[in-house]
Ligand binder design. Structure first.
Ligand code: RP5
Length: 174
């Protein structure tokens, strides 16, 4: 089931979450994609509870025109790997915090893929970085998006420069 569509053009990114309980983490991903003007669809599908649906989403993704899939899951997080095993599109995995192991289980399950089926894994709860990485992949052949990413990185530099200036001021007054 496709949950939401955020697009004025054809969606480029398919975001799949293992559960709706992953939404609070993934909201940062949706916001970042929207900030870069990259359209997306999102769906809930589970590698364990709805394995056929998860596989189907991945198999159909290329035909539907998606460039990248982002998969978020917690606990024994096999979703990104299952999606990756059913498509040649790049899959970015977001291991989500939660459970007794607080996301370390999800990190290992997502990152430790066997040769042949890579998943580009971001940090635990690294939803914003997943969106940025997806944008960088799409920007390989989208100059406008590449320019937006360059501006974003410049803004990051400026914010660090401002923090450094504030620090210098603080220590000068000690
Ligand atoms: C994972 O199990 C989901 O991705 C979620 O992070 C976690 C808990 O799911 P719920 O029990 O909240 O549906 O498959």
């Amino acid at each position: 089931m496709i949950l939401l569509r955020k697009a004025d053009s054809m969606a480029k990114v398919l975001v799949v979450m293992g559960s709706d309980s992953d939404f609070p983490v993934m909201e940062k991903c949706f916001k970042m994609l929207a900030a870069f003007g990259v359209s997306y669809d999102a769906a809930v599908a589970s590698a364990h509870r709805t394995p056929e649906r998860a596989a189907e989403l991945a198999r159909e993704a290329e035909g539907k025109g998606y460039d990248v899939i982002i998969a978020a899951a917690g606990l024994a997080a096999h979703l990104a790997g299952v999606l990756a095993s059913n498509t040649v599109l790049p899959v970015i995995g977001v291991p989500c915090k939660g459970g007794a192991l607080n996301g370390v289980d999800a990190l290992y399950a997502t990152v430790q893929m066997p040769t042949g089926i890579p998943v580009a894994t971001v940090a635990i709860d690294g939803a914003a970085n997943a969106a940025i990485l997806a944008c960088q992949m799409i920007a390989i052949r989208d100059g406008e998006l590449r320019a937006k990413l360059a501006d974003y990185k410049e803004e990051l530099k400026s914010s660090v420069d401002a923090k450094n200036a504030a620090l210098q001021e603080k220590i000068a007054n000690i």
